[in-house]
Design a protein around this ligand. Sequence first.
Ligand SMILES: *[C@@H]1O[C@H](CO)[C@@H](O)[C@H](O)[C@H]1NC(C)=O
Ligand SMILES: *[C@@H]1O[C@H](CO)[C@@H](O)[C@H](O)[C@H]1NC(C)=O
Length: 401
Amino acid sequence: MAGFNIKSSLILALLLAPLVAYLAGRLRVLSLSYYNARGRMPLHANFSSYEIKFQDRIRNCEDVVLLRDRRIALLACDPGRDNWNTVMGDFVHGVEPDANAQVYAYKYDSEDPDALVRIEIVGLNDELRTIGFDFHEPSAMLLLTNHLRQGGPRIEQLRLDLDTFTATHLRSLSHPLISIPNAIAVQSDSQFFVTNQHRFVAARGRLLWFLESYLAPPLANVVHARILASGEVDAHVVARQAYPNGITLLNSTTLAVAATSQRLVHLYTVDKAKPGLSYPTLRPERTIRGLPFLPDNLVTAPDGALLIAGHPHLPSLTAFSHSRRICHRPEILAGAGTDAARKCENTRGASWVGEWTPQVGFRDIYSGWDYPTSATVVRNREHGMGIVAGLYAKGILVWRD
Ligand SMILES: *[C@@H]1O[C@H](CO)[C@@H](O)[C@H](O)[C@H]1NC(C)=O
Ligand SMILES: *[C@@H]1O[C@H](CO)[C@@H](O)[C@H](O)[C@H]1NC(C)=O
Protein backbone atom coordinates (compact mmCIF):
# COMPACT_ATOMS: atom_id res chain seq x y z
CA MET A 1 0.00 0.00 0.00
CA ALA A 2 2.78 2.37 1.00
CA GLY A 3 4.61 1.51 -2.25
CA PHE A 4 1.53 2.31 -4.22
CA ASN A 5 1.22 5.69 -2.49
CA ILE A 6 4.78 6.66 -3.20
CA LYS A 7 4.40 5.60 -6.80
CA SER A 8 1.18 7.53 -7.32
CA SER A 9 2.56 10.63 -5.61
CA LEU A 10 5.55 10.39 -7.87
CA ILE A 11 3.36 10.17 -10.93
CA LEU A 12 1.25 13.02 -9.62
CA ALA A 13 4.37 15.12 -9.01
CA LEU A 14 5.63 14.36 -12.52
CA LEU A 15 2.29 15.41 -13.95
CA LEU A 16 2.08 18.50 -11.80
CA ALA A 17 5.65 19.71 -12.25
CA PRO A 18 5.09 21.26 -15.69
CA LEU A 19 1.89 22.85 -14.46
CA VAL A 20 3.63 24.32 -11.41
CA ALA A 21 6.49 25.58 -13.58
CA TYR A 22 3.97 27.09 -15.98
CA LEU A 23 2.02 28.81 -13.21
CA ALA A 24 5.25 30.11 -11.64
CA GLY A 25 6.13 31.62 -15.03
CA ARG A 26 2.72 33.28 -15.26
CA LEU A 27 3.12 34.59 -11.71
CA ARG A 28 6.52 36.07 -12.60
CA VAL A 29 4.83 38.05 -15.38
CA LEU A 30 1.80 39.11 -13.34
CA SER A 31 3.89 40.12 -10.31
CA LEU A 32 5.35 43.02 -12.33
CA SER A 33 1.97 44.74 -12.06
CA TYR A 34 2.57 44.89 -8.31
CA TYR A 35 6.32 45.42 -8.03
CA ASN A 36 6.56 47.98 -10.82
CA ALA A 37 3.55 50.10 -9.88
CA ARG A 38 4.26 53.80 -9.82
CA GLY A 39 5.86 54.72 -6.50
CA ARG A 40 7.12 51.17 -5.95
CA MET A 41 9.15 50.58 -9.11
CA PRO A 42 12.88 51.22 -8.60
CA LEU A 43 14.29 54.14 -10.60
CA HIS A 44 17.62 53.97 -12.45
CA ALA A 45 19.56 56.48 -14.52
CA ASN A 46 23.01 55.13 -15.18
CA PHE A 47 24.37 57.96 -17.36
CA SER A 48 25.66 61.52 -16.88
CA SER A 49 22.75 63.43 -18.38
CA TYR A 50 19.69 63.02 -20.56
CA GLU A 51 17.29 65.09 -22.56
CA ILE A 52 13.97 64.32 -24.24
CA LYS A 53 14.42 65.69 -27.72
CA PHE A 54 12.11 66.53 -30.63
CA GLN A 55 8.93 66.30 -28.52
CA ASP A 56 7.05 68.60 -30.86
CA ARG A 57 8.25 66.86 -34.02
CA ILE A 58 8.04 63.10 -33.62
CA ARG A 59 6.05 60.61 -31.60
CA ASN A 60 5.44 56.85 -31.34
CA CYS A 61 8.91 55.84 -32.50
CA GLU A 62 8.99 52.09 -31.98
CA ASP A 63 12.31 51.11 -33.48
CA VAL A 64 15.81 52.59 -33.85
CA VAL A 65 18.85 51.47 -35.84
CA LEU A 66 22.24 53.00 -35.01
CA LEU A 67 24.76 53.51 -37.83
CA ARG A 68 27.95 54.00 -35.89
CA ASP A 69 30.29 55.05 -38.70
CA ARG A 70 27.90 57.70 -39.92
CA ARG A 71 26.95 58.69 -36.37
CA ILE A 72 23.32 58.50 -37.37
CA ALA A 73 20.31 56.91 -35.70
CA LEU A 74 17.45 55.86 -37.97
CA LEU A 75 14.00 56.10 -36.38
CA ALA A 76 10.61 54.87 -37.58
CA CYS A 77 7.75 56.82 -36.02
CA ASP A 78 4.05 56.24 -36.57
CA PRO A 79 1.62 58.87 -35.28
CA GLY A 80 -1.20 56.58 -36.42
CA ARG A 81 -0.38 54.04 -33.70
CA ASP A 82 -2.70 55.90 -31.30
CA ASN A 83 -5.63 54.64 -33.34
CA TRP A 84 -4.23 51.53 -34.99
CA ASN A 85 -2.00 49.04 -33.24
CA THR A 86 -2.12 45.43 -34.37
CA VAL A 87 0.21 44.41 -31.53
CA MET A 88 -1.85 45.84 -28.67
CA GLY A 89 -5.10 45.04 -30.48
CA ASP A 90 -6.25 48.68 -30.62
CA PHE A 91 -8.35 49.59 -33.61
CA VAL A 92 -10.34 52.78 -33.68
CA HIS A 93 -12.55 52.61 -36.73
CA GLY A 94 -14.27 55.45 -38.46
CA VAL A 95 -11.61 58.08 -37.85
CA GLU A 96 -9.64 59.80 -40.56
CA PRO A 97 -6.50 57.79 -41.22
CA ASP A 98 -3.50 59.50 -39.66
CA ALA A 99 -0.51 60.75 -41.57
CA ASN A 100 1.74 57.90 -42.65
CA ALA A 101 4.58 56.60 -40.53
CA GLN A 102 7.84 58.38 -41.29
CA VAL A 103 11.48 57.41 -41.16
CA TYR A 104 13.99 59.90 -39.75
CA ALA A 105 17.74 60.17 -39.58
CA TYR A 106 19.04 61.76 -36.38
CA LYS A 107 22.64 63.01 -36.55
CA TYR A 108 23.35 62.47 -32.89
CA ASP A 109 26.60 64.41 -32.66
CA SER A 110 24.99 67.60 -33.86
CA GLU A 111 23.24 69.99 -31.51
CA ASP A 112 21.56 72.02 -34.24
CA PRO A 113 17.80 71.71 -34.77
CA ASP A 114 18.37 70.26 -38.26
CA ALA A 115 20.01 67.24 -36.67
CA LEU A 116 16.72 65.41 -37.23
CA VAL A 117 16.03 64.87 -40.93
CA ARG A 118 12.84 63.34 -42.30
CA ILE A 119 13.66 60.80 -44.97
CA GLU A 120 11.67 61.28 -48.13
CA ILE A 121 9.98 58.07 -49.23
CA VAL A 122 9.64 57.89 -53.00
CA GLY A 123 7.33 55.56 -54.89
CA LEU A 124 5.23 54.13 -52.06
CA ASN A 125 1.67 55.17 -52.73
CA ASP A 126 -0.06 53.18 -50.01
CA GLU A 127 -0.61 53.74 -46.36
CA LEU A 128 2.42 53.07 -44.13
CA ARG A 129 1.88 51.83 -40.56
CA THR A 130 5.23 50.70 -39.27
CA ILE A 131 6.30 48.85 -36.14
CA GLY A 132 9.80 47.35 -36.48
CA PHE A 133 12.31 47.86 -39.29
CA ASP A 134 15.91 47.08 -40.12
CA PHE A 135 18.62 48.39 -42.40
CA HIS A 136 21.37 46.44 -44.19
CA GLU A 137 24.02 49.13 -44.53
CA PRO A 138 26.31 47.50 -47.15
CA SER A 139 23.45 47.13 -49.65
CA ALA A 140 21.42 50.15 -48.43
CA MET A 141 18.38 47.89 -48.06
CA LEU A 142 15.70 49.23 -45.74
CA LEU A 143 12.93 46.86 -44.67
CA LEU A 144 9.86 48.37 -43.00
CA THR A 145 7.00 46.35 -41.54
CA ASN A 146 3.67 47.67 -42.78
CA HIS A 147 0.35 46.98 -41.06
CA LEU A 148 -1.83 48.96 -43.40
CA ARG A 149 -5.56 48.85 -42.76
CA GLN A 150 -6.47 47.46 -46.17
CA GLY A 151 -4.72 44.65 -47.98
CA GLY A 152 -2.98 42.74 -45.22
CA PRO A 153 0.39 42.98 -43.56
CA ARG A 154 3.59 43.15 -45.56
CA ILE A 155 7.17 44.34 -45.53
CA GLU A 156 8.24 47.27 -47.70
CA GLN A 157 11.66 46.98 -49.32
CA LEU A 158 13.36 50.30 -50.06
CA ARG A 159 16.79 51.53 -51.05
CA LEU A 160 17.91 54.21 -48.63
CA ASP A 161 20.35 56.85 -49.84
CA LEU A 162 21.92 58.44 -46.77
CA ASP A 163 23.55 61.25 -48.75
CA THR A 164 20.27 62.60 -50.07
CA PHE A 165 18.05 61.15 -47.30
CA THR A 166 15.65 59.59 -49.77
CA ALA A 167 14.29 56.05 -49.64
CA THR A 168 13.09 54.62 -52.92
CA HIS A 169 10.43 51.94 -52.75
CA LEU A 170 11.47 48.78 -54.59
CA ARG A 171 8.70 46.34 -53.77
CA SER A 172 6.21 45.14 -51.17
CA LEU A 173 7.08 41.73 -49.78
CA SER A 174 4.16 39.58 -48.77
CA HIS A 175 3.87 35.92 -47.92
CA PRO A 176 1.30 33.87 -45.97
CA LEU A 177 4.00 33.28 -43.32
CA ILE A 178 4.53 37.03 -42.86
CA SER A 179 1.25 37.26 -40.99
CA ILE A 180 1.81 39.83 -38.24
CA PRO A 181 5.40 41.03 -38.69
CA ASN A 182 6.77 42.82 -35.65
CA ALA A 183 10.55 43.08 -35.84
CA ILE A 184 13.17 42.29 -38.48
CA ALA A 185 16.83 41.23 -38.28
CA VAL A 186 18.58 41.48 -41.65
CA GLN A 187 21.13 38.79 -42.35
CA SER A 188 22.29 39.88 -45.83
CA ASP A 189 21.15 41.93 -48.82
CA SER A 190 18.41 39.37 -49.52
CA GLN A 191 17.79 37.42 -46.31
CA PHE A 192 16.24 38.32 -43.01
CA PHE A 193 14.52 36.94 -39.93
CA VAL A 194 11.13 38.32 -38.95
CA THR A 195 8.98 37.73 -35.86
CA ASN A 196 5.21 37.23 -36.06
CA GLN A 197 4.25 38.07 -32.52
CA HIS A 198 0.90 36.30 -32.40
CA ARG A 199 -0.67 33.18 -33.83
CA PHE A 200 -4.13 34.68 -33.35
CA VAL A 201 -4.49 38.14 -34.83
CA ALA A 202 -6.61 40.59 -32.80
CA ALA A 203 -8.31 41.98 -35.89
CA ARG A 204 -9.82 38.54 -36.56
CA GLY A 205 -11.13 37.82 -33.09
CA ARG A 206 -10.20 39.25 -29.73
CA LEU A 207 -10.80 36.24 -27.46
CA LEU A 208 -8.10 33.96 -28.87
CA TRP A 209 -5.73 36.92 -29.23
CA PHE A 210 -6.33 37.83 -25.58
CA LEU A 211 -5.87 34.26 -24.33
CA GLU A 212 -2.70 33.91 -26.35
CA SER A 213 -1.32 37.17 -24.93
CA TYR A 214 -2.03 36.21 -21.32
CA LEU A 215 -1.55 32.42 -21.28
CA ALA A 216 1.62 32.59 -23.44
CA PRO A 217 1.47 29.26 -25.29
CA PRO A 218 4.38 28.72 -27.73
CA LEU A 219 2.22 29.19 -30.83
CA ALA A 220 3.71 32.20 -32.60
CA ASN A 221 6.78 31.97 -34.79
CA VAL A 222 10.04 33.30 -36.14
CA VAL A 223 10.32 33.17 -39.92
CA HIS A 224 13.38 33.18 -42.14
CA ALA A 225 12.75 34.92 -45.46
CA ARG A 226 14.75 35.12 -48.65
CA ILE A 227 13.97 37.65 -51.39
CA LEU A 228 14.28 35.86 -54.72
CA ALA A 229 15.47 37.53 -57.91
CA SER A 230 11.87 37.53 -59.11
CA GLY A 231 10.90 39.65 -56.11
CA GLU A 232 8.96 36.78 -54.58
CA VAL A 233 9.65 35.64 -51.05
CA ASP A 234 10.76 32.18 -49.96
CA ALA A 235 9.80 31.90 -46.29
CA HIS A 236 10.04 29.18 -43.64
CA VAL A 237 9.18 28.95 -39.96
CA VAL A 238 12.44 28.44 -38.05
CA ALA A 239 11.23 28.66 -34.44
CA ARG A 240 8.01 28.58 -32.45
CA GLN A 241 7.66 30.34 -29.12
CA ALA A 242 5.37 32.61 -27.17
CA TYR A 243 5.14 36.24 -28.33
CA PRO A 244 8.30 36.61 -30.43
CA ASN A 245 8.93 40.34 -30.45
CA GLY A 246 12.37 42.01 -30.73
CA ILE A 247 14.97 40.11 -32.74
CA THR A 248 18.68 40.68 -33.34
CA LEU A 249 21.70 38.74 -34.51
CA LEU A 250 24.10 38.94 -31.55
CA ASN A 251 26.85 37.59 -33.78
CA SER A 252 27.05 35.41 -36.89
CA THR A 253 25.76 32.33 -35.05
CA THR A 254 23.48 33.57 -32.27
CA LEU A 255 20.02 35.03 -32.76
CA ALA A 256 18.26 36.65 -29.79
CA VAL A 257 14.45 36.77 -29.73
CA ALA A 258 12.34 38.39 -27.02
CA ALA A 259 9.42 36.38 -25.61
CA THR A 260 7.44 39.35 -24.35
CA SER A 261 4.55 37.52 -22.70
CA GLN A 262 6.99 35.26 -20.82
CA ARG A 263 9.40 37.97 -19.61
CA LEU A 264 12.24 36.08 -21.30
CA VAL A 265 14.74 36.44 -24.11
CA HIS A 266 15.65 33.26 -25.98
CA LEU A 267 19.03 32.83 -27.66
CA TYR A 268 19.13 30.46 -30.64
CA THR A 269 22.15 29.04 -32.43
CA VAL A 270 21.82 29.63 -36.16
CA ASP A 271 22.95 26.53 -38.07
CA LYS A 272 23.75 26.77 -41.77
CA ALA A 273 21.14 25.46 -44.19
CA LYS A 274 21.09 21.66 -44.22
CA PRO A 275 21.82 20.07 -47.62
CA GLY A 276 18.84 20.54 -49.91
CA LEU A 277 17.31 23.29 -47.77
CA SER A 278 17.39 27.00 -48.53
CA TYR A 279 17.09 28.28 -44.98
CA PRO A 280 19.06 27.98 -41.74
CA THR A 281 17.80 26.07 -38.73
CA LEU A 282 17.61 27.42 -35.18
CA ARG A 283 18.60 25.49 -32.06
CA PRO A 284 17.72 26.76 -28.56
CA GLU A 285 20.98 27.88 -26.93
CA ARG A 286 20.02 29.56 -23.66
CA THR A 287 17.34 31.73 -22.08
CA ILE A 288 17.83 35.07 -20.36
CA ARG A 289 15.65 35.19 -17.24
CA GLY A 290 14.99 37.62 -14.45
CA LEU A 291 14.41 40.74 -16.57
CA PRO A 292 12.52 43.33 -14.52
CA PHE A 293 10.13 44.05 -17.42
CA LEU A 294 8.46 42.47 -20.46
CA PRO A 295 11.10 42.71 -23.21
CA ASP A 296 10.22 44.48 -26.44
CA ASN A 297 12.95 45.27 -29.00
CA LEU A 298 16.48 43.89 -28.92
CA VAL A 299 19.56 45.58 -30.37
CA THR A 300 23.16 44.38 -30.59
CA ALA A 301 25.42 47.22 -29.43
CA PRO A 302 28.72 47.94 -31.23
CA ASP A 303 30.51 46.54 -28.14
CA GLY A 304 28.58 43.26 -28.50
CA ALA A 305 26.18 43.75 -25.55
CA LEU A 306 22.53 42.85 -25.99
CA LEU A 307 20.46 45.99 -25.41
CA ILE A 308 16.96 45.25 -24.14
CA ALA A 309 14.06 47.68 -23.75
CA GLY A 310 10.71 46.77 -22.35
CA HIS A 311 7.52 47.43 -20.51
CA PRO A 312 7.74 47.19 -16.72
CA HIS A 313 4.06 47.79 -15.92
CA LEU A 314 1.40 46.53 -18.28
CA PRO A 315 -1.67 48.17 -16.63
CA SER A 316 -0.04 51.60 -17.07
CA LEU A 317 0.99 50.83 -20.64
CA THR A 318 -2.58 49.89 -21.53
CA ALA A 319 -4.06 52.99 -19.89
CA PHE A 320 -1.40 55.22 -21.43
CA SER A 321 -1.83 53.79 -24.93
CA HIS A 322 -5.62 54.10 -24.80
CA SER A 323 -5.43 57.71 -23.64
CA ARG A 324 -3.09 58.81 -26.44
CA ARG A 325 -5.80 59.03 -29.07
CA ILE A 326 -7.09 62.01 -27.07
CA CYS A 327 -3.95 63.24 -25.29
CA HIS A 328 -1.83 63.31 -28.45
CA ARG A 329 -4.42 65.35 -30.34
CA PRO A 330 -4.67 68.99 -29.23
CA GLU A 331 -7.75 69.53 -31.42
CA ILE A 332 -9.64 66.68 -29.70
CA LEU A 333 -8.25 67.45 -26.25
CA ALA A 334 -9.41 71.09 -26.49
CA GLY A 335 -13.01 69.94 -26.83
CA ALA A 336 -12.78 67.16 -24.23
CA GLY A 337 -13.05 69.29 -21.09
CA THR A 338 -10.83 69.89 -18.06
CA ASP A 339 -11.30 66.36 -16.72
CA ALA A 340 -9.73 64.94 -19.86
CA ALA A 341 -6.83 67.36 -19.64
CA ARG A 342 -6.22 66.37 -16.02
CA LYS A 343 -6.46 62.69 -16.92
CA CYS A 344 -3.86 63.18 -19.65
CA GLU A 345 -1.63 64.92 -17.15
CA ASN A 346 -1.95 62.07 -14.63
CA THR A 347 -1.74 59.09 -16.97
CA ARG A 348 1.87 57.99 -17.06
CA GLY A 349 3.73 55.22 -18.81
CA ALA A 350 6.86 53.52 -17.54
CA SER A 351 10.14 52.68 -19.23
CA TRP A 352 12.94 50.28 -18.34
CA VAL A 353 16.00 49.54 -20.45
CA GLY A 354 19.31 47.81 -19.85
CA GLU A 355 22.06 45.71 -21.33
CA TRP A 356 22.94 42.05 -21.06
CA THR A 357 26.29 40.34 -21.52
CA PRO A 358 27.07 36.67 -20.87
CA GLN A 359 29.82 37.73 -18.43
CA VAL A 360 27.84 40.14 -16.24
CA GLY A 361 24.20 39.36 -16.95
CA PHE A 362 21.63 42.16 -16.95
CA ARG A 363 22.53 45.74 -15.95
CA ASP A 364 20.08 48.64 -15.73
CA ILE A 365 20.53 51.76 -17.83
CA TYR A 366 17.27 53.65 -17.28
CA SER A 367 13.99 53.03 -15.53
CA GLY A 368 11.39 55.62 -14.71
CA TRP A 369 8.21 57.47 -15.58
CA ASP A 370 9.63 60.70 -17.05
CA TYR A 371 9.90 59.17 -20.48
CA PRO A 372 7.11 56.68 -21.27
CA THR A 373 6.75 53.26 -22.93
CA SER A 374 10.32 52.32 -23.91
CA ALA A 375 10.32 49.99 -26.91
CA THR A 376 13.94 50.23 -28.09
CA VAL A 377 17.32 51.21 -26.68
CA VAL A 378 20.50 51.78 -28.68
CA ARG A 379 23.89 52.83 -27.37
CA ASN A 380 27.35 53.59 -28.62
CA ARG A 381 29.63 53.41 -25.60
CA GLU A 382 32.58 54.71 -27.62
CA HIS A 383 30.60 57.85 -28.56
CA GLY A 384 29.26 58.20 -25.02
CA MET A 385 25.63 58.25 -26.06
CA GLY A 386 22.45 56.28 -26.19
CA ILE A 387 18.80 56.64 -27.22
CA VAL A 388 15.55 55.27 -25.84
CA ALA A 389 12.49 55.31 -28.11
CA GLY A 390 8.96 54.94 -26.75
CA LEU A 391 6.07 53.17 -28.42
CA TYR A 392 3.67 55.99 -27.45
CA ALA A 393 6.13 58.70 -26.47
CA LYS A 394 6.60 62.21 -27.79
CA GLY A 395 10.21 62.61 -28.83
CA ILE A 396 13.14 60.36 -27.94
CA LEU A 397 15.30 60.17 -24.82
CA VAL A 398 18.93 60.91 -25.68
CA TRP A 399 21.55 60.34 -22.99
CA ARG A 400 25.24 61.21 -22.75
CA ASP A 401 27.90 59.48 -20.66
C1 LIG B 1 27.80 34.63 -29.96
O1 LIG B 1 27.17 35.10 -28.77
C2 LIG B 1 26.87 34.08 -27.83
C3 LIG B 1 26.10 34.72 -26.69
O2 LIG B 1 26.76 35.84 -26.18
C4 LIG B 1 28.14 33.41 -27.38
O3 LIG B 1 27.83 32.38 -26.48
C5 LIG B 1 28.84 32.81 -28.60
O4 LIG B 1 30.07 32.27 -28.20
C6 LIG B 1 29.10 33.90 -29.65
N1 LIG B 1 29.61 33.28 -30.85
C7 LIG B 1 30.58 33.82 -31.57
C8 LIG B 1 30.96 33.07 -32.79
O5 LIG B 1 31.14 34.87 -31.24
C1 LIG C 1 26.48 51.68 -14.80
O1 LIG C 1 27.13 51.57 -16.06
C2 LIG C 1 28.51 51.28 -15.98
C3 LIG C 1 29.06 51.31 -17.39
O2 LIG C 1 28.24 50.66 -18.28
C4 LIG C 1 28.72 49.93 -15.32
O3 LIG C 1 30.09 49.65 -15.20
C5 LIG C 1 28.05 49.94 -13.94
O4 LIG C 1 28.12 48.65 -13.39
C6 LIG C 1 26.59 50.36 -14.06
N1 LIG C 1 26.03 50.50 -12.73
C7 LIG C 1 24.92 49.89 -12.37
C8 LIG C 1 24.47 50.16 -10.99
O5 LIG C 1 24.29 49.15 -13.11
